[in-house]
Design a protein around this ligand. Structure first.
Ligand SMILES: [Ca+2]
Ligand SMILES: [Ca+2]
Ligand SMILES: [Ca+2]
Length: 179
């Protein structure tokens, strides 16, 4: 996948430099190639493509429709040298990519979730060496009182009793803290 995406990048950049430098005769070809580079793989072989690439600037995105309903539910951001920076996922396939995984040197070090799709992060997983250390969930369902529920993890599973503390943070402040 990496090599292919790299190849696509090269094609895309070659095409864009060609179309800038040369005359009208090249335009048809470059348009054709750009169309091909924006649509790639058909994972379930149903004739509908499920993997796409976008190249907005000094990074690129790999977009995947994992459940083949024609909606993208996984968006991975890569640097131009193929380093995975972050990945957004629609875990429950409701059309909103609520989960975001952040990577450092190829290993996940933080996961954030906007569980109610209101553009605010309310669940944060903190990882070390790719393993979840603990998760924190912000809740302001109690009137006037906001709470953070913290759960420790061991061997990838919640461990022990959740620890609930009240907080003066607002939902926005909690979200900004982890954005
Ligand atoms: Ca398909
Ligand atoms: Ca989908
Ligand atoms: Ca979702």
């Amino acid at each position: 996948m990496k090599n292919i995406s790299h190849l696509i990048l090269i094609i895309a950049f070659t095409v864009s430099s060609c179309s800038n430098d040369s005359g009208n005769s090249d335009i048809d070809i470059s348009t054709q190639l750009e169309t091909d580079s924006s649509q790639l793989f058909d994972l379930n072989n149903d004739g509908v493509l499920d993997v796409f690439y976008e190249f907005p600037g000094d990074e690129y995105y790999e977009l995947v429709d994992r459940n083949f309903d024609t909606r993208v539910d996984e968006s991975s951001r890569f640097s131009l040298d193929d380093i995975l920076v972050s990945r957004r996922i629609d875990s429950n396939f409701d059309g909103f990519l609520e989960t975001e995984i952040f990577y450092e040197l190829g290993t996940a070090n933080k996961i954030t979730v906007d569980s109610d799709n209101n553009q605010l992060i309310d669940i944060v997983f903190t990882l070390e060496f790719g393993e979840i250390l603990f998760a924190e969930r912000f809740s302001d369902s109690q009137q006037e009182i906001s709470e953070i529920t913290k759960v420790l993890f061991e061997f990838g599973f919640p461990s022990g009793e959740p620890e609930i503390t009240t907080t003066t943070l607002t939902a926005s402040e909690f979200s900004e803290l982890h954005d």
